[in-house]
Design a protein around this ligand. Structure first.
Ligand code: ADE
Length: 418
């Protein structure tokens, strides 16, 4: 693959390189995989096309693939998350093809996705399944060329399972998101912290004493609710799943329907992966000055079309903050309803992306070693998860106990009782 690119400004490369190196300090698991693959180049002859957020952390994953001998192409998985300086550095210093411009429109976004598939990759990575979805629409004939497609996020895995269930999935997919080394850390601690980081950078608001609503109590919602509580907010959780609602209640949060929560909220953050979680009826109930934002993958959770129709005036009041005037009330929308953690801040910190991207790297290596499987959605192996946990713990200076032979025997037997 010759180096091709469509980026904002190659002159930003120096700043991007510094950013990538700063993130690298906090990515010891990826560094250890990098060291392993440098010797044998297990991905020699393999073309990888990744559709991920173009951040410093992603850059370090791309570097590992390059070290492993792969040809690498990266496109943006979201128009607002691209760090232009990182895109420039990947092209200039690391010989990686990049198609990503911060703020790109829908046409350019899809032109970039097409560039990824036009390169005829053997392995694809997705954050939200847009690349695989495009392949199933316009590039079906290439499905057989793909050894495996790796999916980073909950929303993407849901889409791919739906495709599989419909009997139309044409390639093997690895549900990287579902690995414990991904969702238990990235979705919980990464989303928890980076979402509040985005909200605070966008607004400079004090969280202490505010009523904050977490819409959704999956791994992302749990992380967000806990971190908001840690900053002193009174936190309300809304849910549609009774078990998750119970868990939230027993974790000490107030639980109620959105129609009640909307009245009390100073800030609502959606983290559900579903459509119109904040809708017309909820905007009507909100207090003057209430803020809404989203940390779910797509910008569909807040019904902005309805809000626009209800508003007599919309204006930008500071970067990432739009003010909507509704029946004499002001409602503030952060980051245009897109992922607030990536649009208004830098996404998850490197030390948590280290585990997610180590899961990606080892899954790609395993897929190439195994060869193409039948179409279907596959789990990450326990061996990969254990390896990542082992290296991460070691990098944190921690070790743990081992079962004694007697304990192991006890766990493997059924005879012992009261
Ligand atoms: N998703 C959430 N945070 C991210 C980051 N820092 N880099 C890439 N993808 C992300």
């Amino acid at each position: 693959m010759k180096i091709n690119y469509d980026i904002t400004d190659i002159k930003l490369a120096e700043a991007g390189k510094k950013k990538i190196e700063w993130a690298e300090r906090d990515m010891p698991v990826l560094a250890s995989i990098n060291k392993e693959v440098l010797k044998n180049k297990p991905l020699k002859g393999i073309k990888i096309a990744a559709c991920l957020h173009v951040t410093a952390e992603t850059a370090n994953l791309m570097r590992v693939f390059k070290s492993a001998g792969a040809e690498v192409l990266l496109v943006a998985s979201n128009p607002l998350s691209t760090q232009d300086e990182v895109a420039a550095a990947l092209v200039k210093y690391y010989q990686i093809s990049v198609f990503a411009r911060h703020g790109e429109n829908r046409d350019i976004y899809y032109r970039h996705l097409k560039a990824a598939l036009n390169a005829h990759p053997h392995i694809t990575l997705d954050d939200g399944a847009d690349l695989v979805s495009l392949l199933h629409h316009d590039y079906k004939e290439q499905a057989g060329e793909i050894i495996a497609s790796l999916e980073e996020t909950t929303t993407g895995v849901i889409r791919l399972r739906a495709l599989d269930k419909s009997g139309k999935l044409l390639l093997p997919v690895v549900a990287v998101n579902d690995a414990k080394t991904k969702h238990m850390f990235d979705n919980r601690y990464g989303t928890g912290q980076s979402t509040l980081d985005g909200i605070i950078r966008a607004t400079n608001m004090l969280i202490a004493g505010k009523t904050v609503v977490a819409a959704g109590y999956g791994w992302c919602g749990r992380g967000f609710a806990n971190r908001a509580r840690g900053l002193g907010a009174k936190v309300i959780v809304t849910e549609v799943d009774e078990i998750k609602a119970l868990e939230a209640a027993m974790d000490g949060f107030e639980v109620m329907p959105m129609k009640e929560a909307a009245k009390a909220a100073d800030l609502i953050c959606t983290l559900t992966g579903d459509l119109h979680v904040i809708d017309k009826e909820h905007f009507k109930l909100m207090k003057d000055g209430a803020m809404v934002c989203n940390s779910g993958h797509f910008d569909v959770e807040i019904n902005l079309e309805a809000l626009k129709k209800m508003s007599t005036q919309v204006r930008s009041v500071r970067p990432h903050v739009d003010e909507y005037l509704v029946q004499g009330k002001k409602i503030y929308v952060l980051a245009e309803g897109r992922l607030v953690n990536l649009a208004a801040a830098e996404g998850h910190p490197a030390s948590v992306m280290d585990m997610s991207f180590a899961t990606q790297a080892l899954s790609a290596l395993a897929a190439v070693k195994k060869g193409r499987l039948n179409p279907g959605v596959y789990e990450v192996s326990e061996a990969i998860e254990n390896k990542i946990a082992h290296i991460k713990l070691k990098s944190m200076g921690m070790s743990i106990d081992k079962l004694t032979a007697e304990q192991e025997n006890y766990l493997n037997s059924w005879e012992a009782g009261t």
